[in-house]
Design a protein around this ligand. Structure first.
Ligand SMILES: C[S@@+](CC[C@H](N)C(=O)[O-])C[C@H]1O[C@@H](n2cnc3c(N)ncnc32)[C@H](O)[C@@H]1O
Length: 265
């Protein structure tokens, strides 16, 4: 699933003559599949967990495709250096603008222009379900995984890159964030979830957190399942679940609750 290895050992690695675009021309189904491209120093981290379960089956079935572009291929010199010290001094290293620029140009050459270019970054807009829904309607996405102190700002400005955050915490690299974004998005693609209704009922789908779930055994450690769920009255069950969704959201997420109330007038 990693990018095709480069033949050249020159300054700029050159892709062999057969590109993924050529391959896709021979397989129309793949040409239409949602396409994820990840620029990373650790292509071996992909597909990772995405190769398992529903997302893995969807990958095998060609419902989406994944290309990991190895940033190291675009590095400088014999050691393929990708980073350097920060201008102005300070701790850590910064990913070089020229190296990342080459990797992005290489990756974007094979991508539909309507696929957004995203940099996973703690400074970015917090990722949410609405963004995943939007991404799922696009032809795909290119995601850049940062390392060290992150990207040279000129790259972000030059390519007009959207910064996306997984949350208010700092990880060592963007790979886990990229996988989280992909997992969330791929399961919304048509045909990926067996039961389409389950995506509609999940947390955030209508602005509320999801209601609690129960299954067998009916009694466990002295705890029983709420009677209403065993009543068989679908109307009552739905009323109970809606009440649970509302009270959970009100107590745990006042921000979501306020937005939900405002939408309902
Ligand atoms: C050590 S972090 C760099 C943090 C950066 N110096 C800052 O303070 O904003 C290295 C890389 O991990 C990724 N990363 C870390 N935390 C992240 C988060 N909350 N969301 C998305 N990506 C994150 C980014 O790609 C980032 O470039």
């Amino acid at each position: 699933m990693t990018d095709t290895p480069a033949k050249s050992h020159g300054r700029l690695a050159v892709r062999p003559s057969l590109t993924p675009r050529d391959l896709m021309a021979d397989t129309p189904a793949l040409a239409r599949a949602w396409r994820a491209q990840v620029i990373t120093l650790f292509p071996e981290a992909f597909p990772g967990i995405l190769g398992l379960s529903l997302t893995g089956k969807a990958l095998k079935d060609g419902l989406w495709q994944l290309e990991a572009v190895d940033l190291r291929r675009f590095g400088e010199g014999r050691h393929r250096n990708v980073d350097d010290t920060p201008a102005g001094g300070g701790a850590g290293m910064v990913l070089r603008a020229d190296v990342m620029g080459r990797a992005i140009e290489h990756g974007r050459a094979g991508m539909d222009r309507a696929a957004p270019l995203i940099y996973l970054s703690p400074r970015g807009r917090p990722f949410d379900q609405a963004m995943a829904r939007d991404l799922a309607t696009r032809p795909g996405v290119t995601m850049i995984c940062g390392r060290f102190e992150g990207l040279d700002q000129r790259v972000i400005d030059h390519f007009d890159i959207t910064e996306l955050s997984l949350g208010d915490f700092v990880m060592t690299g963007g790979e886990i964030a990229a996988q989280a974004v992909l997992d969330t998005t791929v399961r919304l693609l048509p045909g990926v979830l067996g039961n389409a209704a389950s995506a509609e009922e999940e947390s955030f789908s209508d602005g509320l957190l999801e209601h609690p779930h129960y299954t067998r055994p009916a009694d466990w450690q002295g705890r029983s399942i709420p009677d209403v769920l065993l009543s068989g009255h679908h109307g009552e069950i739905e009323k109970w679940r809606q009440g649970q969704r509302e009270s959970l959201t009100e107590s745990r997420r006042p921000d979501l609750w306020a937005a939900y109330r405002a939408r309902r007038g």
